[in-house]
Design a protein around this ligand. Structure first.
Ligand SMILES: Nc1nc2c(c(=O)[nH]1)N[C@H]1C(S)=C(S)[C@@H](COP(=O)(O)OP(=O)(O)OC[C@H]3O[C@@H](n4cnc5c(=O)[nH]c(N)nc54)[C@H](O)[C@@H]3O)O[C@H]1N2
Ligand SMILES: Nc1nc2c(c(=O)[nH]1)N[C@H]1C(S)=C(S)[C@@H](COP(=O)(O)OP(=O)(O)OC[C@H]3O[C@@H](n4cnc5c(=O)[nH]c(N)nc54)[C@H](O)[C@@H]3O)O[C@H]1N2
Ligand code: SF4
Ligand SMILES: [Mo]
Length: 805
């Protein structure tokens, strides 16, 4: 989920709940028989006979940003098979929102024998995974009592609503925020695991992190993508993969992908692959800038009219006359007196100087040229500098604010604001960076504004004492340094109570004191709107496909019971059940957008699509068209290549050794990066990537997906040979933080000196014993040290060694 986009469209992650009583014959069901395949289905028309197959609309709710539609076929109250969208291609150019193999395997997930079925409390040590079944009444009491006690003793700032992205229905998860806000709120958080560095850095340059829709690539002559892997990570039928493919087919742009790996996007969409050492993209950009400037390929008019800080003439007063401009730095006239030539960059990036020169000439002459970044390059220890540096290519060449260009940010799209559950405001104004929650448990009261990015207060006054974790695996599996996190969480005097709602006993769930079995979105009334979806927005509404099985309950019904025990049930529920909230929220949204279908129509049709009325979203178009009338939200209103605000931060923040924030968007060596002396001990760089086998850890237990896309360590034949490793052998990957055992895939698809494994595999270690992770979870090896500006996850920056077992 893209944090800026979320705020832009005022989207609230959802919640609602499911009328537990709304069963198979509910309003959204329709008979399969007699329906055409092109969407003339009708709902609720007749009561199905007992054994008739019914079809329910629903969506895949995991956080892969696809939000794809599903049609679930149900017989005798069981999901028997699943198809995706067979409606949609119409005269307006709307198209189908087809699910990938993950979504299509949802039946195996819903009906999985390991699925959680009853409420449980922990009986072993935290993290041991030992639980005992309890009654729901006991569970409600336990939650109400512990929450009340911790609120009384430590106050709302000690409560943490954990980052969790497993359920993306708009009407489900946000009931937790409503519940917490009604009880005085909680410690706030900013930034996400996804793109916190982009979100933090780009506003210093542009006042925003906005990007063009990638469907606009139809207007581009050249597309250069830094670590953008949408073929694997935005695979939904309405997602960027589809739009990229269409745009290339229709527009014919040349595509260059820069990635340490020959990713699936390189394999299927690129004309050229430029392999690069992880964390060094900004050095490549610096050298491209050197060539653009030397060969007079920069857009002088654009730079003069829209930007400050390019050369001495446009420097802000406070920095004039000190050779601090971008041009001075690049050309070797700045303080370091090093010209950022292609030869200079070759030594850092591993990209040949000639290739850099050629790349610069192509970028400088293709009009328009679209520069995009994925979220891989920013998820590095110097990630904020990289994210901002990549944007210098469109700035230097005047490709910002036009069709066929882009800002250099990751991709954006068309969204229409749909509904949100009324959550109220969080009365607590103190915030920490999302990634720093383990610090806030371990030594919260040492955390300050200047050293740790605390916001709203100069320092934290109380550590985190209680965690609400709904549909997230970022307690361990998706957070960093699992072994260290394990130590912090094992100490029950620190964080005193953890409640987890999940559908499986995930590694994070093992740290629960109270573990509650949830219903999946398709098992309750559900609603979702698109995330990235090019130039076609959509919403999907579904009804519970089956009655609740075993003792599973919706989040809403659980919170209603706990609210009852805390004397606020009426306030919390306003007398509505899950279905009534769905209807209420939808009707509220329709008041603001009268084009939306009626609630009944939505229930019947399942999907509603709308094409972007502007054609393709173009970021900063208003600014480009009229910069006086539409200044940017930067202090100067212009593109700030040199940022005085960052200069101020450098002067005032307490940065750890090796943390670099530069007022200019240029290369900074990263901690544990290519230039770190630690490479003498751990010579291999190991970025991760988001893998097609799963959405993070979701779907991670599905056998057919594991077989189709096994968890492997990519290693170049050169590195494998020197270590005596053959393809398909099990190897150990290790550093000071831990050891993973995993199959080796020996392949030239990865740069020598770099290895990589997909993130999200299920951690599988004896935490009371050797702690060796045999599940292949990269977070056994990642670091808790946050990045300098965003204080976010540098989870792709890891130095490791690999050895034969
Ligand atoms: N199948 C699947 N799809 C997903 C997800 C998933 O888990 N599985 N997760 C979803 C979520 S929440 C997110 S945030 C997105 C993330 O999706 P992406 O933006 O695609 O993020 P990553 O996979 O982290 O990285 C993209 C590419 O960057 C490369 N890379 C890593 N480090 C560097 C570097 O320093 N420089 C360069 N140039 N490239 C680098 C990686 O090899 C990878 O190919 O994906 C979403 N989609
Ligand atoms: N090393 C490394 N770590 C990373 C990343 C990386 O690139 N590298 N990427 C990061 C990113 S971008 C993100 S967004 C995070 C994502 O991390 P998470 O938000 O933890 O995402 P998932 O792993 O998909 O976990 C979702 C959880 O929700 C559960 N779940 C699924 N459906 C339901 C349901 O219906 N009800 C309930 N209650 N639970 C459900 C799943 O079982 C799973 O435990 O990971 C981050 N971690
Ligand atoms: S995993 Fe993503 S792309 Fe696949 S069906 Fe689900 S939402 Fe769509
Ligand atoms: Mo993410």
């Amino acid at each position: 989920m893209n944090d800026a986009m979320v705020s832009r469209r005022g989207f609230v992650k959802g919640s609602a709940l499911a009328g537990l009583g709304v069963a198979v014959a509910g309003g959204g069901a329709f008979s399969l028989f007699g329906c055409s395949s092109q969407g003339e289905q009708q709902t609720g028309a007749s009561e199905p006979t007992e054994s008739a197959e019914q079809v329910f609309w629903g969506h895949c709710s995991v956080n892969c940003e696809g939000r794809c539609s599903l049609q679930l076929h149900v017989k005798d109250d069981e999901v028997v098979w699943v198809e995706s969208d067979n409606t949609g291609d119409d005269e307006y150019g709307n198209h189908q929102i087809r699910a990938c193999l993950r979504g299509r395997s949802i039946r195996r997930w819903i009906n999985h024998p390991d699925r959680l079925s009853v409420p449980m409390k922990r009986v072993g040590k935290r993290g041991e995974g030992k639980f005992e079944q309890i009654s729901w009444d006991e569970a409600f009491d336990m939650l109400a009592e512990n929450y009340t006690r911790i609120l009384d003793e430590y106050g709302p700032e000690s409560i943490w609503n954990h980052y969790a992205s497993g359920v993306n229905a708009s009407n489900i998860g946000s009931f937790l925020s409503r519940f917490i806000n009604m009880n005085g709120g909680c410690l706030g958080r900013y930034g996400s695991y996804s793109s916190a560095q982009i979100s933090a850095a780009l506003p210093y340059l542009y006042g925003t992190r906005a990007a063009n829709s990638n469907s606009d690539i139809v207007n581009s002559k050249l597309v250069v993508m830094f670590g953008e892997n949408s073929v694997e990570t935005k695979a939904g039928g309405a997602g960027p993969t589809y739009h990229l493919e269409q745009a290339l087919e229709q527009g014919g742009a040349k595509v260059i992908v820069i990635d340490p790996r020959y990713s699936d996007t390189v394999a299927t969409r690129a004309d050229q692959w430029i392999p690069i050492r992880p964390g060094t993209d900004a050095a490549l950009v610096d050298a491209v800038a050197y060539v653009l400037i030397s060969e007079d390929l920069v857009d002088h008019d654009f730079l003069a009219k829209y930007c400050i800080g390019y050369d001495e003439d446009s420097m802000p007063e406070s920095a004039k006359g000190q050779n601090k401009s971008y041009k001075a730095y690049i050309m070797g006239e700045g303080a370091d007196a090093v010209a950022k030539t292609p030869a200079w960059a070759e030594a850092i990036t591993g990209v040949a100087a000639d290739t850099i020169t050629e790349l610069a000439r192509e970028i400088g002459t293709a009009k328009p040229c679209a520069i995009y970044q994925g979220k891989g390059p920013q998820r590095q220890s110097n990630g904020e500098q990289t994210a901002r540096a990549i944007c210098m290519l469109p700035v230097l060449t005047g490709n910002v604010g036009i069709n066929g260009g882009n800002t250099g940010s990751d991709l954006d799209g068309f969204y229409f604001s749909t509904f949100s559950v009324p959550t109220g405001d969080n009365p607590v104004e103190t915030k920490i960076a999302t990634f720093t929650w383990t610090d806030a448990i371990d030594h919260g009261t040492d955390m300050t504004k200047l050293a740790n990015g605390v916001r709203g207060k100069n320092k934290l006054e109380v550590p985190i004492k209680m965690i609400f974790n709904y549909a997230g695996n970022t307690i361990t599996n998706q957070h960093s340094d699992i072994n260290r996190t394990h130590e912090i969480l094992q100490d029950e005097s620190k964080c005193e109570f953890i409640v987890v709602w999940d559908t499986f006993l995930t590694d994070s769930a093992k740290y629960a004191d109270l573990l509650l079995p949830d219903l999946m979105p398709v098992e309750q009334p559900n609603f979702v709107s698109n995330d990235y979806a090019g130039n076609m927005g959509f919403i999907i509404m579904g009804q519970p496909v089956t009655s609740p099985k075993f003792e599973r309950k919706t989040l809403y019904s659980v919170l209603s019971e706990v609210a009852d025990r805390m004397g606020m049930k009426d306030e919390f529920t306003e007398g509505r059940d899950e279905q009534a909230w769905l209807e209420y929220c939808y009707e509220e949204a329709r008041k603001k957008d009268s084009e939306l279908p009626t609630f009944e129509e939505m229930l019947a049709q399942g999907i509603y699509r709308r094409k972007d009325p502007d054609g393709h979203h173009v970021a900063l178009k208003d600014f480009r068209d009229d910069p006086e009338a539409n200044p940017l939200e930067t202090p100067s209103g212009k593109i700030e290549i040199y940022s005085e605000a960052l200069e101020e931060i450098v002067a005032t923040w307490e940065l750890a050794e090796g943390d670099i924030i530069n007022p200019l968007p240029v290369y900074a060596p990263g901690v544990e990066g290519f230039d770190d002396p630690l490479r003498e001990t751990y010579p291999l760089q190991m970025p991760g990537y988001h893998y097609k086998a799963r959405a993070h850890s979701s779907y991670g237990c599905i056998d057919v997906l594991k077989q189709a896309a096994p968890q492997e360590l990519w290693i170049n034949p050169v590195d494998a040979e020197s270590r005596g490793i053959a393809d398909g052998e099990t190897v150990k990957v290790y550093n000071d933080r831990g050891t993973v055992e995993i199959l080796a895939k020996v392949t030239p698809r990865i740069l020598p000196g770099v290895v990589s494994m997909g993130q999200g595999a299920w951690h599988e270690a004896d935490m009371a014993g050797d702690k060796v992770d045999r599940g292949g979870c990269i977070n056994t090896l990642t670091s808790l040290r946050p990045t300098p500006l965003a204080k976010a996850n540098p989870q792709h920056t890891n130095l490791v060694e690999v050895a034969k077992l």
